[in-house]
Design a protein around this ligand. Structure first.
Ligand SMILES: Cc1ncc(COP(=O)(O)O)c(C=O)c1O
Length: 431
């Protein structure tokens, strides 16, 4: 494959349009054919360069083709290392587990068993649900409105986005959705959950667990406060429920610490992770489970691809990168740059735009405008060489997801383009 396209033979989109399923989605938003990627830059077959503010939806926290991680992967391949291993013991898996223990869990005083539930985020969420229901002997789960937890049936029952739910064709059940505190700021959502559980006329079954994203990614970049998270932990303890944190998008350093809940000083009973846990976009997921909840019997959760060894190699190297390159501090430094830039520029564009986020995960809320506005911004950004996604209700939040490793000049250039485009779009709205 000639990724630099030296012979200039162009692939046509027809191969996708003709043969690939209609369900394809991101490709419709960025309709070019990509060839290569490095750091925070993507390239198409015409060698056009794009600043990546999509970041593999959170899978590329350490940058595309990160040299250190890629080097370890190449060495492993060159040595004919085992690639597929089911869940058999292997050096690659053992070293990943040990590194996670030594670099992340032990220094934080966390005691978790590591479960490999399958290669995607939704696999990890399904496993967490199964564990909670089995451990507590209850079927109901509390989840927050606006949450996104995956597309397989159990995870989808937690996910609230209407089109995703409508497409599944069956009744989604055994979940009680609670308003996110940002949706109803006047409401004490913890007190509401307490009442639902305590009041014998609430009509709501006591749940096995509460699952939260500490920063809603797909839901519109809504950050749960430290106080809310601490009260949620207390609520779960009070009612013998498990607290599950879905750190699939916000984890792996993206919010400024390896786990997104560290700022609140809480310990969830289960943490689910995927996306950047695979280092450079390798499919991998884990569920970290408190030992007392390690209740699934051998094989009760299974799957062929729970042992993709290259993901273990890349995942171990990524943890080394995070610690040795001090990427948590680097993320906080980038947070300062992004916050200052957006909080200076955005109010000058319009006074009804809310800026929200932390670390390298940000949103600018265009909910006061027609949904067409945000679509227009995404399109214009792409034309100017920035790839970003939308999130939130009716896709009205412009989402900025940078790699932690993004160089300052590329970050500032990208932010400048996004702000210029937002200003143009607000000045010349399409109807
Ligand atoms: C918070 C969260 N949970 C779960 C998932 C599902 O992960 P996957 O797409 O790997 O199944 C996602 C994906 O975007 C996510 O953002």
């Amino acid at each position: 494959m000639d990724l630099n396209n030296n012979n200039k033979s162009m692939m046509e989109p027809a191969v996708f349009e003709k043969y690939e399923s209609n369900v394809r989605s991101y490709c419709r938003k960025y309709p070019v054919i990509f060839t290569r990627a490095k750091g925070s830059l993507l390239y198409d077959q015409d060698d056009n360069e794009y600043i990546d503010f999509l970041c593999g939806a959170g899978s590329c926290n350490y940058g595309h083709n990160n040299e250190y991680i890629k080097g370890k992967v190449l060495d492993y391949l060159a040595g004919d290392g085992l690639l597929h291993g089911l869940d058999m013991y292997s050096i690659a898996k053992g070293e990943f587990i040990q590194t996670l223990q030594d670099l992340i869990l032990t220094p934080r005083g966390y005691d978790y068993k590591v479960m490999f539930p399958g290669p995607t985020g939704t696999n990890a969420v399904e496993a967490a649900l199964k564990i909670a229901r089995k451990a507590k002997g209850r079927s109901n789960i509390f989840a927050l409105m606006g949450g996104f937890h995956g597309m397989s049936l159990g995870s989808l029952s937690l996910t609230t986005e209407r089109s995703a739910r409508d497409a599944c064709g069956v009744t989604l059940s055994n979940v009680t959705h609670i308003p996110h505190p940002a949706m109803m700021p006047e409401m004490d959502t913890i007190a509401y959950m307490d009442m639902l559980i305590s009041n014998d006329h609430s009509g709501v079954d006591k749940p096995a667990a509460l699952i939260v994203e500490t920063v809603q990614g797909e839901g519109g970049i809504f950050v749960l406060s430290e106080e809310w998270l601490r009260r949620a932990r207390e609520l779960c303890d009070k009612h013998d429920m498990m607290l599950i944190v879905d750190d699939i998008q916000a984890g792996c350093g993206r919010t400024g610490s390896f786990f997104s809940f560290e700022r609140a000083g809480i310990k969830p009973d289960i943490v689910v992770m995927a996306k950047s846990i695979g280092g450079i976009g390798m499919p991998a997921a884990i569920a970290l489970v408190k030992p007392e909840y390690d209740v699934l019997l051998p094989g009760e959760h299974n799957g062929t691809f729970r042992g993709f060894q290259l993901a273990f190699i890349a995942g171990k190297a990524a943890l080394e990168c995070l610690v040795h390159d001090n990427l948590e501090a680097e993320c906080k430094r980038k947070e300062g740059i992004i916050r200052e830039f957006l909080e200076t520029r955005v109010p000058k564009i319009a006074d009804n735009l809310e800026v929200r986020g932390m670390g390298v995960m940000w949103g600018i809320d265009f909910g006061e405008y027609s949904p067409l506005m945000a679509y227009d911004i995404r399109r214009r950004c792409f034309e100017k060489g920035v790839i970003l996604e939308l999130c939130g209700r009716e896709d009205t939040v412009v989402k900025i997801m940078a790699a932690i490793t993004i160089p300052d000049d590329i970050l500032l250039k990208g932010l400048g383009i996004v702000c210029d485009v937002m200003a143009e779009a607000v000045a010349n709205p399409i109807e």
